[in-house]
Design a protein around this ligand. Structure first.
Ligand code: ADP
Ligand code: MG
Length: 239
């Protein structure tokens, strides 16, 4: 953990964040003035209609894409202005991401998938840490299995181990149960929250599930290119 990261209780600070995509059919303006502050240790649910820009927002928070304008600081890094090498360092140290479709590398075993983020970094035995992370998601015994040999729930547990193995300041999860049946999804979520709590990681979770949002310390929804406090359901009922 760097000193700036350690000193600040604010893990995310976004101001007037805009994101547009240039397409052949013209510019698509997705985020139009997002303001967000997330404190260390908070768990934040983000809801919003399909296409409202939830994944776009996570991609910005993860440093996978850059905003068109606005300020964005995550775990002490100025993500909006950092040069690519600093962004790469930020991605490998400060954030972990869990996707709906797991995004595991098919040709690598469970252990190798989890070890991958550590191989960019120095210190400690990557295999040992990766094995501990796999063990923490209950899959130590499946370390040598490939994604195709694992169920959807098991793949997502491997992905969670991969996201947390670097002990990131911020964990991002984009509809992590969207591809799982209800029961498996519940197990995966229980595991995710237990690990987040144990590591006192900050979580930003995109979900359509009101039950899942209710487990977070805070609920936001994205509409009209901006973030609003509360669940979209309450706003819709009042409208
Ligand atoms: P959500 O995750 O809320 O469903 P997304 O962030 O994936 O929404 O997408 C928001 C909008 O941005 C959609 O209209 C989508 O088509 C558009 N979009 C996303 N990525 C791109 C891209 N790379 N190029 C052009 N348009 C994009
Ligand atoms: Mg999405």
């Amino acid at each position: 953990m760097n000193e700036v990261d350690g000193a600040s209780p604010l893990i995310v600070r976004a101001r007037a964040l805009h994101k547009s995509y240039a397409t052949a059919a013209g510019s698509v303006s997705v985020l139009r003035g997002v303001d967000l502050e997330v404190l260390r240790g908070q768990t934040v649910a983000v809801a919003g209609e399909s296409g409202s820009g939830k994944s776009t927002l996570l991609a910005l928070l993860a440093g996978l894409d850059v905003p068109s304008s606005g300020e964005l600081e995550v775990a002490g890094t100025n993500v909006a202005a950092a040069p690519e090498h600093a962004l790469a360092d930020f991605r490998s140290r400060s954030v972990g991401i869990v996707f709906q479709h797991f995004h595991l590398i098919r040709s690598l075993t469970a252990l190798e998938n989890v070890r991958l983020p550590l191989e960019l970094r120095d210190g400690g035995d990557p295999s040992d840490r990766a094995h501990k992370a796999l063990h923490a998601v209950g899959l130590g015994h499946r370390r040598d299995h490939f994604p195709a040999q694992l169920s959807g729930g098991e793949c997502q547990r491997v992905a969670i181990a991969r996201a947390l193995v670097t002990e990131p300041a911020l964990l991002l999860a984009d509809e992590p149960t969207g591809n799982l049946d209800e029961r498996t999804g519940r197990h995966v979520v229980d595991l995710l929250f237990a690990l987040v709590e144990m590591a006192t990681t900050t979580l930003v979770l995109v979900t359509h599930s009101a039950a899942l949002a209710a487990r977070c310390s805070r609920s936001l929804f994205l509409a009209d290119g901006r973030l609003h406090e509360g669940t979209g359901a309450v706003a819709a009922a009042r409208a």
